[in-house]
Design a protein around this ligand. Structure first.
Ligand code: CO
Length: 213
């Protein structure tokens, strides 16, 4: 195999020893169930680990990650995670966390034909089209890139709020909040974008689903 491969297996055994040293029932307790208060939707980027950034432990964060932290409402993987988190685990918070320097967002700014992934990147290009007036007005390429990362997160927060899953939960009076964050690879700090959705009333009228009982 490789040195790295052997190292991670070894790391696992050390981690188990460490966790159980002062808490012999650690894994027994975790194996009995989970009730995380948070669903994290983040980028697949290896530098943005949900638990480490938020100082949370196993059992505290339900996680979904994909390229550029996208919420695509026909993505069965995302919808299944969301449905389970909201309707079974009853999470109170959902955080969409993007990050500056995101390769997926960068690709969406360019015109390179990369391959299959172009179809995924196209969803990010749609975000650019919604915000092109603001983004095209930013001359500095780095600043434009940063702002694109931010508006992409805001759009994904809105796309979450538009889902039938989230709107049904709100209609039933569930306490559920959706937030947007951007993580900085340069200093490790999170910027809270202050987009906090707690009801569908904040959505444009055309997206509001009113249950007819
Ligand atoms: Co990324």
């Amino acid at each position: 195999m490789s040195e790295f491969y052997n190292k991670i297996l070894d790391n696992n055994r050390k981690w188990v020893a460490d966790k159980t040293l002062n808490d012999p029932d650690y894994f027994k307790r975790l194996s009995e169930g989970q009730s995380p208060p948070l669903l994290w939707i983040g980028c697949s980027d290896s530098r943005v680990p949900a638990n480490e950034i938020t100082g949370t432990q196993p059992g505290e964060v339900f996680v979904h990650r994909n390229i550029a932290n996208m919420v695509i409402h026909s993505d069965m993987n995302l919808l299944s995670v969301l449905d389970y988190a909201v309707n079974v685990l009853k999470v109170r918070h959902v955080i969409v966390c993007g990050h500056y320097g995101c390769g997926g967002v960068k690709a969406a700014m360019g015109n390179a034909n990369i391959g299959l992934i172009d179809n995924w990147i196209r969803h990010i290009k749609d975000v650019y089209r919604f915000h092109y007036e603001e983004l095209d007005a930013i001359v500095d390429e780095e600043k434009k890139f940063d702002r694109f990362v931010e508006v992409n997160v805001i759009e994904q927060v809105m796309d979450l709020a538009k889902t039938s899953i989230v709107q049904n939960a709100w209609a039933q009076g569930q306490d559920l909040w959706i937030h947007g964050w951007v993580y900085s690879l340069k200093d490790g700090l999170v910027k809270d974008l202050n987009v906090n959705f707690g009801s569908n009333k904040e959505l444009p009228d055309v997206y509001q689903l009113n249950k007819i009982l």
